[in-house]
Design a binder for this molecule. Sequence first.
Ligand code: PHE
Length: 357
Amino acid sequence: MSTSPLDNLAAQKAELLEKVTSLSTLDELKEAEPFITGKRSILSALQKSLGQLEAVARADAGALLQEARREVEAALEARRSILSSQARAVALESDRLDLGDVVVSAVTVPVSVGHPGLVGSTQRELEDVFVGMGFVVAEGPEVETDWYNFEALNIPPAHPSRGMWDTFYVELGEPETVVLRTHTSPTQIHLMENAVANNSLPIHAVAPGTCYRRDTPDARHLATFHQIEGLIVDRNITFADLAGVIETFTHAYFGPDIESRLRPAFFPFTEPSAEFEITCTICRGEGCRTCSNTGWIELGGCGMLDPAVLSAVGIDGDEWSGFAFGFGIERCGQMRHQIADMRALIENDTRFLGQFS
Ligand code: PHE
């Protein structure tokens, strides 16, 4: 009985198919491929051995072998596609962004949206205190004529008292006739002119806003700063009313344990005039660099309206009297929060600024 190289083909093929099914990764498949369908496989070895057969037998055997090879190759390809889709799924899974992580990071990464600065929030707190005392809040322009900033306030041109306010002039009209306001006192003039025009006296108003002086910034001064002006024009107003308002304000804003005092001073638009001071909150009165070792910090000026100012705006000083005050808003915030050097407000250090959110 003649033997053929393909006598065991069925069993050999079954073994190869079993081997294919057992492959569990693409790497394993790659490694095994030469032994299953490649040069080192039994199929290739059988192919070679067919050479010894007679031509007819060789053709039949060749066809048989070819069919077995096709079957094994198809099984191998099917296995490859299963394994590669499995590998893709594993890769996708490990790349996937965990939604839990995304939500957690959205919550924990701080998003900075900004907040009102110390000056703005101090201004609002001061307005609140004065509104609580019956004042209304008004506003005046930052660019003023010489008349509003000086002359109507009883400061004639070239008067030595102008030296109290180092002025920025605006190049507009005649030289030195338009200024960046050096204080909020010109709002007194606007308020009184309006009240006269509208026949709406009395006035109980505060007017906060920005002021400008040709000054070098130091621990207590900035060149661009803010004041809040106060103005009362009414009947029978005395210095006692002024002192009472200042005292009430001090305790409402700084608390009951902060002392205040009025010291005689001079302003061309008030008579008598006073400087309003409180205990330095940085050294508690001991004396320090911020208060130049006096233990006191000047917050602003005040006084009874000078008759010359009332007559400049056409108010009858026999019927009406009043007082005015002007406080530095930065100074108030500085004392409230014990800031040793006011320049910190304009240095843009977010570690400092962020404390007042
Ligand atoms: N305008 C004055 C200043 O800036 C302060 C002040 C206001 C004084 C009102 C008296 C009355 O120095």
